[in-house]
Design a protein around this ligand. Sequence first.
Ligand code: AGP
Length: 603
Amino acid sequence: MVPVDCSYQVTVMCGIIGFTGDGKALEVLLKGLRRLEYRGYDSSGLALLTADGIRVVKRVGSVENLEREASSLRDVKSSVGIAHTRWATHGGVSDRNAHPHTSCDGRVAIVHNGIIENFEELRAELEERGHVFSSETDSEVIAHLLEEELRRRPDDPRGALTSVVRRLKGSFAFIAISTWTSDAILGARYNSPLVVGMGKGFSIPASDVLSFLEWTDDAIFLENESCAIVRPGSVESWLITGEDLDLKVAKVAIEVSEVEKRGYVHHTLKEIHDQRVTVQRTLTQDLGPLEEAAKLLRGASRVFLVAAGTSYHAALVGRHVLAELADVDAQPVLASEYALASRWVNGDSVVVAISQSGETADVLEAVRDAKSKGAKVIGVVNMPGSSLERLSDVHINIRAGPEIGVAATKSFTSQVIALVRLACAVSGREVTLDAEELGRCVEEVLEQEPQIAEIAKDLKDSKDIYLVGRGVHFPIALEGALKVKELAYVHAEGLPAGELKHGTLALIEKGTPVIVLNPSDETYVDTLSNCQELKARGATVIGISDRHHPSYDFFVRVPRTSSKFASVLLEVIPLQLLAYYMALERGAEIDRPRNLAKSVTVK
Ligand code: AGP
């Protein structure tokens, strides 16, 4: 019996994909795993249903590693299979903890994304009944529970699956194959995404639409708290409580080409450059029911902007945008700190939840709480069919296209533009951002890429980097600091320029790099005097402004535009590039930074 390690393996933020239909399951699964790599992972595996039963290959390391290990299966005939990229949180990483996990008799294999909170009691119960576990994961209990239920009722897979799911507590999405269910793939989701790509004669259940776009853009987004039996070209689904569900097939509005690197070395660099186009797209395209969202905001007694990470920085900009363009007092709330704000949320509140993935657990939890109190929820999303989109009363899509790099870049600038458009919809103002001008200005900033790459060489070995800005530029300082940390693994701190004298100035020594966001707007003079204070203490000052000044040791020119919020957008691009080139110089991972995942689907 494998001792249960108390620091048990939790499988979270993983990628799952299955295939059933005519064709070779192995090819689809391996290509699908490649598409899921961007989510971040430390091991991968697959299981095929063959004439001789279920064959499993799983390994720590890259999908490339798995492809080598699975080469022996290339000639095995199989049209049903499941696969997984795993991102563990607690404890080490090992082959035996990689997914898929199988039942004692090897007749069931499962892959899982999420957390089974009651797995220890389930495991003890199963071991009592003689089950032998081969891993330390929470997920493995699903395989053994399914084994018992399918053995008990091999002709009633729906009943077997429902009774297993009703035993599980936590957040999960899993799919399973078994020798009892031939070409059917069993699946269930509870607060974790599961979507099925639908093709002629085949179906591809997955955690992420990007994994099956190569084969189909028709998708069924399974309801939360539901089960499903996926067969070639068809899906049967029902709520865990038993009610049947009518399923709708939706078109996924994402081109496969948008997911390719298209000649760039990294997705992250491509997505920084994509902003030439995405800012204009978000500015001009239909984002969804803006007017409906605006109406909710006009009628709200309190407005909360709930988000995490980069999206929270967009929320901080959103506070300025909504105040200045719509006279709305919106309170930004870090999703993980929502509990305090929750006490003020009621039926007259509106929560604007901002999330690129639409799957961030803290954001979803806050949204569920807000809805339970009668508040209306406006989702500001990017990925179609996300949990946040489905939970929102109204959602607007920022149209930034799929963002593969774990570090958010184009989604941030599109989030800010979407908030500008929302604010203008509230107040009935014209959106003064001009698409042509914005595209040209983005281009102008990107043309300084070589100089920025040079500055990165000077900064790459810094121990600490400080970024300062005033007013609406302060959130940009925070966003720049986050980019430097997550891409280059260099400590960076963003702070309001006005706070320097209140303590941080004590840390400034000769050569300490400080990036100063110093556009010639109402913050210019005060921030310039901060520059001089910094210079007087020996700091190396990197000025980001439309106007050069002798106080700057390095300077990146960000053109002035007709709108204050466009300038804010433009300022973030040099910071994205700086972080990217520092990471390049330091040989960091870039698209998949260590320890991070694209979507934080657990608390
Ligand atoms: C930002 O570069 C990070 N990838 C991370 O902070 C991210 O913004 C955060 O996890 C929120 O993600 P979301 O927008 O998908 O909710």
